[in-house]
Design a protein around this ligand. Structure first.
Ligand code: GLU
Length: 432
């Protein structure tokens, strides 16, 4: 099994320091609170994650030595239902980043109307440096360390950066061994054989494309013949690129962690996917008219839609003034800093915000959980149809909020989410 890291772009030393993701999340929350005159108590409540569990993850390596990795699971909020959110493996992972990602999951589930709160977890590790056996032992030990707070009714992990269905299967198995019976509903994004859902693998990318298509339609921009640049060629970026190319969009630039390629005429995504399946990196893709570009160049290339599908902190105050995209569709979580948001707003570049745009993954995770609880499985058409319905419904709510409030789409999405959360919190009350 291969685990591929999605793209990250380390900022060159001339750039300012990366923005702390948790500071960024709090700044966004404060902006929403001010805009809707949120009750002070509720505002305060949302500024603190409900539960933070930090664990050490000792792993017996193949050479007999023991290495210890740092892991976290953060549940930001459970007011609207069990906590929900992915687990990522990344060498630069920090607790503040996990807190921010958990907060964004709370907002994401609320804006989509899913009956969940928000969580996130991860291990600070470079999985590319582990053998398959080491990866399994790391995953199982991490799963057993967080088993005290996860469960089908409590907190349901899923894949995120550099984790995949096999890793979910190990988590499900470890948890099930501990309680003495199989609990498929403890994680989503599982392989089909053990209670996964059809359509889950492609769901995030598919959802991104639904939102882009609808945004183009509202703006009366033609999608066929439009140009797209995709940063990240992992589970999300590669599916976006494939589906967009299938709809007649020219995907002119794609990158992964090691760099990218550009073609004015549009890249052959099917060929790139075939090369990726054989283990090739994006930058090594050769075809007539195709040239190499860096991640920085990709973000600044002229295109109709720029799709950051990698990590946080990619569009910053340093590069935002140079962006030449007509629209940004956030397939990643938190790719744009608040300072960059303000710059793009001035440049009149609309941003389709992460908590709406990339919510297809958690939406089909919800379907998977429902199917597991009922032990009754749907066909792929049903999954995709219901996914589209929920994405379109959420888009409409957010778009309407933006129009009536004369605000940008990020603020509108967060307003819809925080209002729902505040309502639920008011009804439940603060315990005791
Ligand atoms: N990791 C994905 C996200 O950031 C999916 C989470 C889930 O399915 O719970 O939305």
């Amino acid at each position: 099994m291969k685990t591929k890291m999605k793209s990250s772009t380390p900022a060159p030393s001339s750039h300012s320091a990366p923005v702390n993701a948790w500071d960024m999340a709090l700044e966004q929350l404060d902006t929403v609170a001010k805009h809707i005159r949120l009750d002070r108590g509720i505002h305060e409540f949302l500024r603190y994650p409900k539960t933070i569990l930090s664990v050490s993850v000792p792993v017996r390596m193949d050479n007999g030595t023991v290495q210890v990795f740092e892991g976290h699971r953060v549940q930001h909020n459970v007011t609207r239902g069990p906590a929900k959110g992915g687990i990522r493996f990344h060498p630069d992972l920090t607790l503040d980043e996990v807190k921010a990602l958990a907060f964004w999951m709370t907002l994401k589930c609320a804006v989509m109307g899913l009956p969940y709160g928000g969580a996130k977890g991860g291990v600070r590790v470079d999985p590319k440096k582990l053998t398959l056996g080491e990866l399994e032992r790391l995953t199982r030990r991490f799963a057993s360390e967080i088993a005290i707070i996860i469960g089908p009714e409590k907190d349901i992990p899923a894949p995120d950066v550099a984790t995949n269905p096999q890793i979910m299967a190990w988590i499900m198995d470890t948890y099930s061994m501990g309680i003495g019976y199989s609990a498929p509903g403890v994680v989503t994004g599982k392989p089909l054989e053990i209670g996964g859902s059809l359509g889950r693998n492609e769901a995030t990318g598919r959802g991104v494309v639904v939102i882009i298509e609808e945004a183009f339609r509202r703006l009366k921009w033609p999608l066929r013949g439009a140009t797209a640049a995709v940063q990240g060629f992992g589970n999300v970026g590669s599916v976006c690129a494939k589906l967009l190319a299938g709809m007649g969009v020219k995907v002119i630039a794609v990158s992964d962690v090691d760099g990218g390629v550009y073609s004015e005429r549009g890249l052959d995504i099917e060929k790139m996917l075939a090369a990726k399946a054989k283990g090739a990196g994006v930058k090594d893709f050769h075809a007539p008219g195709t040239t190499r570009i860096t991640n920085e160049e990709l973000l600044e290339c002229r295109c109709d839609v720029l799709i950051p599908a990698a990590l946080e902190n990619q569009i910053t105050k340093d590069n935002a003034p140079r962006l030449k995209a007509r629209m940004v569709a956030e397939a990643a979580n938190g790719p744009t800093t608040p300072e960059a948001d303000r710059i793009l707003l001035k440049k009149k570049i609309p941003i389709l915000p992460d908590i709406l745009t990339n919510a297809g993954g958690v939406t089909v995770s919800y379907f998977e959980w429902v199917q597991d609880i009922q032990s009754f499985f749907w066909n792929e058409d049903d999954v995709n149809k219901r996914l589209k319905e929920i994405m379109m419904g959420a888009f409409n709510n957010v778009f309407q909020e933006a129009q009536t409030g004369n605000i940008d789409l990020r603020l509108a999405a967060q307003v819809v989410a925080v209002r729902r959360l505040a309502e639920a919190l008011k009804i439940r009350g603060v315990y005791p």
